[in-house]
Design a binder for this molecule. Structure first.
Ligand SMILES: [Zn+2]
Ligand SMILES: [Zn+2]
Length: 304
């Protein structure tokens, strides 16, 4: 199966703890790396993860709170030291460009590569990136500042050809592409051999959704229906629900409710408040609603 995995680099929230780094993760799609959020220390964690710096060309920032973007300038500077030449694309809400540019001008003069900032303002679920194998959609979340989530969707792949059947019916090479696209094959005597004889269906496209800092937001359920893996912030436990509402965050129970409504296959919760010494409490709370939940932790690798 082609690679599609999520590597958690950090899953704490704003206050530093001995347990967690702030938010950052890397989605690996067929060895192309996409970073989501870039909290302080993201580059150290990237080193630790043994993922190749040179394969990271796109960074998606959910919102401009420090625990999601203070790691950017360090990482950008390191890329320069490593002699990077490929343009680095950063997708983020405004005004990242005007905040970042003076830092780049001061700290990163003469860098051998370009940083291109794509400022996004998303009102609804919208495509923000695509290549041959994946599409990335952004969708609005509700937080104290403009904030968005990201959904990675593999593009459907064509079915696999069954070589023996092709040989058996002596299908010429030029016709194989058409058969992959779904065409039947007609023999000389006019007999139609149905397409299903020649192909084995490819595996269905996989998907991953990242819900960054947000209040409980059932409005986004239709966008994310059926994702294979949902990462959802769970800053607070249900006993601190009021605090969650005041700070525009979610509880573990609410994260699990979202996973249940979305009918996600699996849920990973993160962005833990520094106030909980034992995050098992959050896990248990989520699992009562959505059993297939795991706690995020640094260096966790989730295969999709
Ligand atoms: Zn945060
Ligand atoms: Zn925030």
């Amino acid at each position: 199966m082609e690679k599609f995995e999520v590597n958690i680099l950090g899953c704490g929230s704003a206050l530093p703890t001995m347990r967690h780094y702030p938010s950052a993760q890397v989605v690996n799609v067929r060895d192309k790396l996409f970073m989501i959020d870039c909290g302080e220390g993201a580059q150290l964690q990237l080193r630790r993860s043994r993922l190749k710096f040179s394969r990271l060309n796109h960074i998606f920032i959910s919102h401009l709170h420090g625990d999601h973007c203070f790691g950017l300038i360090g990482l950008i500077s390191t890329f320069g030291l490593l002699g990077r030449t490929e343009t680095l694309h950063i997708y983020a809400p405004a005004p990242l460009e005007s905040l970042l540019r003076p830092q780049l001008d001061f700290f990163c003069q003469g860098m051998p590569y370009e940083v291109e900032v794509h400022e996004l303002s998303v009102e609804t679920y919208s495509l923000v990136y695509e290549d041959r194998s994946v599409e990335v959609y952004a969708f609005p979340l509700r937080h104290r500042v403009p904030c968005m989530g990201f959904c990675f969707r593999e593009k459907p792949v064509l079915p696999h050809i069954i070589r023996e059947k092709i040989d058996f019916y002596k299908v010429p090479d030029y016709a194989i592409a058409r058969i992959k696209q779904g065409a039947d094959w007609v023999l000389e005597d006019g007999t139609v051999v149905p397409n299903a004889h020649f192909v084995r269906p490819a595996q269905p496209p996989r998907s991953y959704a990242y819900c960054s800092d947000t209040t409980y937001l059932p409005e986004i359920v239709p966008f994310l229906r059926g994702v294979d893996l949902l990462y959802h912030e769970a800053t607070f436990a249900e006993c601190d629900k009021r605090r969650a509402r005041e700070t525009c965050h979610s509880t573990a129970r609410q994260a699990a409710e979202m996973a249940r409504m979305i009918r996600a296959r699996r849920l990973c919760i993160g962005h833990f408040s520094a106030r909980y010494d034992d995050e098992e409490l959050l896990l248990q709370e989520a699992q009562t609603i959505f059993p297939d939940t795991v706690l995020a932790r640094e260096n966790l690798n989730l295969q999709i």
